[in-house]
Write a protein that binds this ligand. Sequence first.
Ligand code: ASP
Length: 355
Amino acid sequence: MKTRNLRSICGMLIMALLVSFTAAAQGKPTIYILATGGTIAGQGATNIAAGYKAGVITVDQLVNAVPGLDQVATIKAEQVANIGSQDMNDEVWLKLAKRVNELLKQPDVDGIVITHGTDTQEETAYFLNLTVKSDKPVVLVGSMRPSTAISADGPRNIYTAVACAADKESKGRGVMVVMDDKILGADDLTKTNTIYVETFQNPNYGPLGIMYNGKPVYSRTTLKRHTYNSEFDVTNLTALPRVEIVLSYSNATDLFIHSAVNAGAKGIVTAGVGNGNVTTLMQNAMAEAVKKGVAVVRSSRIMTGPAAQWDEIDDDKYGFTASWFINPYRARVLLMLALTKTNDYKEIQRMFVEY
Ligand code: ASP
């Protein structure tokens, strides 16, 4: 009698444990990994070689190289592209933004991680920050070392990126990049070093937080508009307006401003000196460009601080827009999207203050 009771108690306990394990498994968030290529999917000739080929490893190989990932989330993976991000382009951006929006509309998808090369990661992150229509987490991740290197940073970065995207605390914070245990906001993101693993920074505002023991610890939130609160919509777009970046430096001529206009650019961003200043020759060409209907945004080649309105250049007099804290690469992204709606410099100026 006693043995029978003991058996049935044990049986009930095992059942209860099974049920709770299954519930925990069902309760795991579902994260999609969308792969685009980059060094994180790169392969070197040896495990110490500096040279390598980006975008070789597939998304399944990447995911399999990360121990414990299946404990954090149910992973689904898709290969969107497999390129070095120096070749990132409008076509892939539109495809990516549309796919992210489609996936995040599904109630059973909790977040997205995008593997990406680091060279243009700041541009893609900002593009998605302005075009994803959801408060669910979207996290970009890359690596500075190829997957074949000693101490490859990719697997750890993927683990932390998925853990960040899977955490409820990460909702509504805009598109983020998680690398080297830092959580960075897309609105102030830049690559600061060509080889270091800690290359990404939010140089004006500081990181949003850190990843600690596989959990996000946030210390700030952005006041800028993004994702679910953005006015930009790519649903019906098949192309983006052409915008070029022109650098200023001592003795810079008007050559590249004229070239951009003649090539049919709808917008020009200048990477000016100091507070977004340019040579007088360039400034005159920029004023002519505005008269021809080309939108001109003044940004700065300096990594921190604003290219502010009403400093040494009277923007209202020429119809220029000042980029404030948005660097030339992100300014180009915002101007491309702004031009899908307007080319009025005051309206564009409003956007450069709000995003
Ligand atoms: N060229 C590579 C890329 O951007 C570099 C990297 O991923 O770090 O795809």
